[in-house]
Design a protein around this ligand. Structure first.
Ligand code: 1HE
Length: 268
């Protein structure tokens, strides 16, 4: 049974579902720069656990206000005075949410602006595509706050920029923005206008693919990357066996064969 995603009761995320199956999920705590408190993390767990069963074809992860996300809610963390075990369990909820995003099989396009810092960068790096605009900047200020990453940056941010750059970002508070952020791999798109508009365009394009192809792209590539080369090649062929023979692909293959399908051309 398909779930109606718009009926989810979320505290800090607003949802808008478009006709083409694109869901816009907007972080909605701008007064706190969309800092991730416990309620926000539970929202992300609920949302991204449900999306794969809700017929959603692609997601735009957007933010209200000037900043995408200021990371861990430092005030809540300070006031809660958490024990090591409590914080470990909180981090496991972050991982639950972010793993659901990366491995969930539904394309997630992050529309970035302003601060994408600390846990905000961990969140952004769990999306499949990151779109930055002129205001977007990336940093890992944990080192300066007396903290360490706990939401997967050592895996995902290091995966994007490499270990040496991540260590530099954490030791020195280095901020990346603009073309340099693109060059080191923090974003795949840098736009002059609104990152939201481009993210929506990209989500709409992805939503036109068959869901099973997108499932493999937004789940299998990450899983295969965790395996040995030998096992990944084996698993890839099993996945291709399922995806590349899907009945829904027949019409697309037929269109190519009878020359009515668009050809791949260089862009202008
Ligand atoms: C917050 C947070 C937050 C803002 N937790 N409340 N993250 C950081 O170290 C980033 C900390 N934040 C900042 O550096 C700045 O706030 C921003 C660059 C994001 C935005 O600056 P600005 O001038 O627009 O806003 P502001 O005046 O600093 O803050 C506005 C409000 O947002 C204010 O609340 P108010 O009630 O006093 O109005 C701030 O307290 C609140 N706010 N950021 C809580 N992060 C799993 S481990 C992950 C480890 C981490 O993520 S470390 C966190 C890194």
């Amino acid at each position: 049974m398909t779930i109606d995603i718009t009926t989810l009761a979320l505290t800090n995320i607003a949802l808008t579902l478009h006709d083409d199956g694109v869901l816009v999920a907007t972080l909605n705590r701008p007064a706190k720069r969309n800092a991730l408190d416990e309620a926000s993390i539970e929202d992300l767990v609920t949302l991204f656990s449900t999306i794969p069963r809700a017929g959603v074809r692609a997601v735009v992860l957007a933010a209200e206000g000037e900043h995408f996300c200021a990371g861990l809610d430092l005030v809540e963390h300070h006031q809660a005075d958490r024990s090591p075990a409590e914080f470990m369990h909180l981090c496991l909820r972050w991982h639950e949410a972010f793993n659901k995003m990366e491995y969930g099989g539904v394309p997630i396009i992050a529309a970035l602006k302003g601060a994408v810092v600390g846990g905000g960068l961990e969140l952004a790096s769990s999306a499949h595509i990151r779109v930055a605009d002129a205001s977007t900047y990336f940093a890992l200020p944990e080192g300066q706050r007396g903290l360490f990453t706990g939401g997967g940056a050592t895996i995902r941010v290091a995966g994007l920029v490499g270990k040496a750059r991540m260590i530099d970002m954490m030791l020195t508070g280095r901020v990346y923005q603009g073309q340099e952020a693109m060059d080191v791999g923090l974003a795949q798109y840098l736009v002059e206008g609104s990152s939201f508009d481009r993210a929506l365009e990209l989500a709409r394009a992805a939503a036109r693919n068959l869901p099973l192809s997108n499932f493999a792209i937004c789940s299998a590539i990450s899983h295969l990357g965790n395996m040995s080369g030998l096992d990944a090649a084996y698993a890839e062929s099993v996945i291709a066996g399922v995806v590349n023979t899907q009945p829904d692909a027949r019409a697309r293959l037929e269109a190519f064969a009878n020359k009515t399908a668009a050809r791949v051309r260089p862009t202008d």
